[in-house]
Design a protein around this ligand. Structure first.
Ligand code: SF4
Length: 502
């Protein structure tokens, strides 16, 4: 069977086809094989829509084509009217079609009587290669449809912009980079690329393409689970580190980690994954016993808004919103302390003051990543009066992630040292599966809904409780993990002491 009907493509389908023609084939013929959009991906898409709306405010005389993606004919008609109306200076979301390819243009700005500049809006902090392709396919369609384009720009966020309060300074918040030359060069290939894609789409079967690194670049492919369902547990793709290792092994016909020949050049972590045994460094025991009581177990959660919400903040700059601290005293007693900002307000000063209070001035502060250090340093920069106290806290940090990275490995880590992999491996009853919020990205999404989307009181309270549970699990997990590792360290000390007296 072949598909003989005319195949209409769109900008997003074209970009999917550039990433992988099998992905394009699935999107057109078997979209039901795609995995569900996770909340994190949905949040990124929502943010893109929000940024697009804010970007339009920089062109106050622009007119929006309100017809939706399902009202193609009406959208095309309305766009034609606006193009022909010489009083229209800027069109948002104009619809254009040429030889079966449909695009919606974010911003089309009239330069002179019949000439236009096309501007694509992205929520990123810089131009990426995919953006050039994005503009190139629009160039192909708009030029084909008779629009005289004399310029192409990409409008993205300026991460150096510091919000000073009041209305956003849209001139400073966005940067428009001129990409005319490179887009015109790239556009010369688009017609051929579209034809090749249509050819593939007419075939009775999807192209035979093996999953590998291309499936996640520039976007995570929604068909990953479908394409990898037959792969073995110890597939070489799961090796941590450079994708080049995967490619080199694949080129040699090696599929599982256990088939990797001795002597193949692997990183330390890759080698540990291949060895598949528990490994402990000689220094591990001393390091695990080096903590000073009371031992704090500290974790921050944060969100990174694209549009800076508070004076003194910048696009995508992390803003701490909560912390949890499990405090273990030398007598074995454990106290829990926590903070969560539930209001739509700048939480940074409260976070800074409450963190100084909770950790006091004695004891090791156990963390799991460099994140806490970065947050404390950014708070120290933002609040000069608290700087000395915050820098003293930084000096007390004891990073369990770095310790594990250098001194311990367990086969159940499966090559990942993230706490989401390490905790279930060593403390199975403390995995995250029973929680509504299971990772930092989800925490950020729930926080945004709780603080900014005005849920009712019951919803707000539920969200706050989910966030507290998640952050507390991280710090209680850290404490339990530290105990498990300390017991291993004590067992090593005992056995080496016994060996010495034999
Ligand atoms: S998972 Fe990879 S190989 Fe499969 S369709 Fe997606 S990009 Fe193509």
């Amino acid at each position: 069977m072949t598909f003989s009907l005319p195949i209409r493509l769109s900008k997003s389908k074209f970009l999917s086809g550039l990433q992988c023609t099998k992905r394009l084939y699935y999107e057109v013929h078997t979209p039901e094989l795609a995995g569900e959009i996770d909340p994190e991906r949905q949040a990124i898409m929502n943010m893109g829509t929000e940024i697009g709306e804010i970007a339009r405010r920089r062109f106050p005389h622009g007119i929006l084509v309100t017809e939706t993606y399902r009202q193609t004919s009406a959208a095309l008609r309305r766009t034609t009217e606006l193009v022909e109306d010489q009083t229209t200076s800027v069109i948002f979301e104009g619809a254009f079609e040429w030889q079966g390819t449909l695009v919606r243009a974010d911003i089309l700005e009239r330069v002179e009587h019949d000439t236009w500049k096309l501007i694509e809006v992205k929520s990123t902090a810089k131009v990426k290669p995919i953006h050039i392709h994005d503009l190139a396919v629009q160039a192909e369609v708009l030029l084909g449809a008779g629009i005289q384009l004399v310029g192409f720009g990409l409008m993205h966020l300026n991460t150096r912009y510091v919000y000073e309060g009041g209305p956003l300074d849209l001139e400073a918040l966005f940067i428009i980079e001129d990409l005319t030359e490179v887009v015109m060069e790239r556009a010369a290939n688009v017609h051929k690329q579209l034809e090749e894609m249509r050819q593939i789409l007419r075939a009775p079967f999807p192209p035979s393409i093996a999953p590998d690194g291309h499936c996640h670049t520039p976007y995570a492919c929604p068909f990953w689970a479908n394409c990898t369902k037959e792969k073995p547990d110890r597939w070489i793709y799961h090796l941590p580190g450079s994708r080049q290792t995967f490619k080199d092994l694949e080129a040699q016909g090696i599929e599982t980690i256990d088939e990797i020949p001795a002597g193949f050049n692997l990183t330390v972590l890759q080698q540990r994954m291949k060895d598949h045994v528990e490994w402990i460094s000689p220094e591990f025991s001393n390091i695990m016993q080096s903590v000073v009581y009371p031992v704090h177990h500290l974790d921050f959660e944060m969100f990174m808004p694209a549009i800076p919400p508070y004076p003194g903040t910048r696009p995508y700059r992390p803003i701490p919103i909560q912390w949890s601290n499990h405090i273990e005293h030398e007598n074995g007693s454990v106290l829990h302390d926590a903070y969560l900002c539930t209001e739509p307000k700048d939480p940074r000063e409260e976070v800074a003051k409450s963190i100084i209070a909770t950790v006091g001035d004695t004891g090791t502060i156990c963390v799991y990543s460099e994140n806490e250090r970065h947050i404390l340093l950014s708070l120290a920069e933002a609040f000069p009066l608290l700087k000395d106290d915050l820098l003293k806290i930084v000096e007390r940090l004891w990073d369990l992630f770095a310790i594990i990275q250098q001194h311990y490995y367990h086969p159940n880590f499966h090559g990942s040292l993230s706490i989401k992999a390490v905790l279930p491996a060593l403390v199975p009853h403390m995995a995250y599966g029973d929680l509504s919020v299971q990772n930092g990205a989800m925490a950020s999404v729930v926080y945004r809904q709780m603080a900014f989307e005005e849920p009712d009181l019951i919803e707000r309270s539920r969200m706050a409780s989910e966030l507290r549970d998640y952050c507390a699990r991280d710090t209680l997990g850290m404490l339990t993990l530290r105990h498990v590792l300390q017991e291993k360290a004590a067992a090593i000390s005992a056995s080496s002491w016994e060996n010495n007296i034999e």
